[in-house]
Design a protein around this ligand. Structure first.
Ligand SMILES: Cc1cc2nc3c(=O)[nH]c(=O)nc-3n(C[C@H](O)[C@H](O)[C@H](O)COP(=O)(O)OP(=O)(O)OC[C@H]3O[C@@H](n4cnc5c(N)ncnc54)[C@H](O)[C@@H]3O)c2cc1C
Length: 433
């Protein structure tokens, strides 16, 4: 039987394995659980685990909702309208709808109307390619006006892309505005429920999931991929590298020109604290952008405004996070030093907040959290096929112009599965019956 290997057990690797589950599939994952960036922490005493980084779905996430239906998980979905606001120089102002924009106190009426018109235009315009020729920085500065740029957009671009903020193209911004909804979705038991249901389907179909196994090198001999994890070795006919792009480029010795072409594509990291608090931190607000480019975090998300706190030992859960490069001074701080900075800033936002409110804190970080979409990025996206026959790539840097997310990771997984399935059919290899 034809053997299909998938290196990486995040959402994209899992999706490939699920859609090809009627063939002989094996996922090899270096971590001790599946889910990649969407994996979780099991906290003793809590009914539900918590994702290491803030995770929710949009109700427009079509691949996820299709899978939810296929897996029979509809009844477990939690769908709620949420509120988003921004914090600027001591003030919290709601900014998540046309009405809230009209009332937005931090800008003059003329600036508010101008911002509303640009956002409406972006929502109506389907041609994103024209926006990739300019940077989001100059597009927003020119179109939204000086005040709106300085108060709303510049701090957010810096918080999301750090030093690289000025390089990001405006199509990325188009992708952020275009499909987003106020209504968000989560699932009972957290993303773990979804991931474990998916992996059970894979295993029930005799698919294999191998954890705690880091692949070090891959070669191809006599048409087979030789996958080397040091003490364990595997052989496959088809191979999907569902790992970060730079890892894929290191694992296989691709032709020099292929490597050189994709090496400049970069991502930056993210660091997050999960804080379990004895008291509510934000009043009804789920998502609070911090519009201060010098703040030690760019966002606070109060998860327990989307999901009932009873699942977390009656604690109020907030994620506090920031995207940054690993040579940023904030990345170099110890966990304790960073927490100190965060606590003092949290006090500015909510003057009643005290360190004693923190019941538990968890620190998570990833070096590969946010791809950088630069000018004319559509010309640089790595394809899912590689120059090596039967070797495929699935990673966040291929998602464009949408911001990376589990929905699009599933979409890429489906595309790869279709290609492999078609190839197998051509070679008269059929699914198990
Ligand atoms: C801060 C943050 C917030 C986010 N919020 C959301 C959200 O709200 N909603 C949403 O849908 N998405 C969100 N995302 C994005 C989402 O998590 C990712 O888009 C998605 O998980 C990417 O999946 P992936 O499989 O492509 O990559 P990854 O999740 O990175 O998976 C790659 C896997 O490969 C494994 N691996 C790496 N090297 C090797 C090796 N040599 N051998 C074996 N295994 C290896 C890794 O351990 C990992 O499990 C967020 C991401 C971040 C960082």
């Amino acid at each position: 039987m034809v053997k299909i290997g998938i290196v990486g057990g995040g959402f994209s690797g899992l999706a490939v394995a699920y859609f090809l589950r009627e063939h002989d599939v094996t996922i090899i994952e270096s971590g001790n659980a599946l889910g990649g960036l969407a994996s979780w922490i099991d906290v003793p005493g809590w009914e539900w685990p918590i994702e290491k980084f803030v995770h929710h779905w949009f109700v427009t996430d079509k691949w996820i909702f299709q899978l939810i239906r296929e897996l029979g998980l509809e009844r477990k979905m939690i769908i709620r309208d949420t509120r988003s606001s921004c914090y600027y120089k001591g003030e919290i102002a709601e900014l998540d709808s046309a009405v809230s924009l009209l009332k937005f106190p931090l800008l003059r009426l003329l600036d508010r109307l101008r911002m509303g018109a640009i956002l409406a235009l972006l929502r109506l315009d389907r041609n994103y390619l024209k926006y990739e020729k300019i940077t989001a920085y100059s597009f927003l500065k020119k179109t939204m006006g000086k005040k709106a740029f300085e108060i709303v957009w510049e701090p957010l671009l810096i918080g999301k892309f750090g030093r690289d903020a000025e390089k990001i193209n405006a199509a990325w911004f188009w992708g952020r505005v275009h499909p987003r909804t106020k209504s968000l979705a989560y699932i009972e038991g957290g993303f773990k429920t979804f991931i474990e249901t998916l992996s059970k389907k894979i295993r029930d179909n005799k698919g294999k999931v191998i954890l705690n196994t880091q692949i070090k090198k891959i070669t191809k001999k006599w048409g087979k991929f030789m996958v080397d994890a040091g003490n364990k070795k595997f052989k496959f006919d088809y191979l999907v590298l569902a790992v970060p792009l730079h890892v894929a480029l290191e694992l296989y010795s691709f032709p020099k020109e292929y490597k050189e072409k994709y090496k400049p594509i970069r991502s930056i990291g993210a660091q997050y604290f999960i804080l379990a608090l004895k008291k509510q931190f934000l009043d009804e607000i789920y998502w609070l952008n911090i519009n201060d480019k010098n703040a030690p975090f760019v966002v606070i998300v109060e998860h327990t405004h989307l999901v009932d706190k009873k699942h977390y030992g009656d604690k109020h859960i907030i994620w506090v996070g920031k995207y940054l490069d690993y040579d940023d001074p904030l990345w170099k701080l110890s966990e304790a030093e960073l927490l100190e900075k965060i606590i003092s800033y949290l006090k500015k936002i909510n003057p009643e907040f005290k360190r004693e409110w923190i019941n538990k804190s968890y620190f998570t970080r990833s070096k590969n959290a946010q791809p950088l979409m630069t000018i004319n990025y559509s010309r640089h996206i790595p394809k899912i096929e590689t120059p090596i026959k039967n070797l495929y790539l699935a990673n966040m840097n291929q998602i464009y112009p949408w911001d990376r997310g589990t929905n699009n990771a599933v979409g890429i997984g489906l595309d790869i599965a279709k290609k492999i399935e078609a190839d197998l059919k051509r070679n008269k290899v059929y699914r198990r019956v």
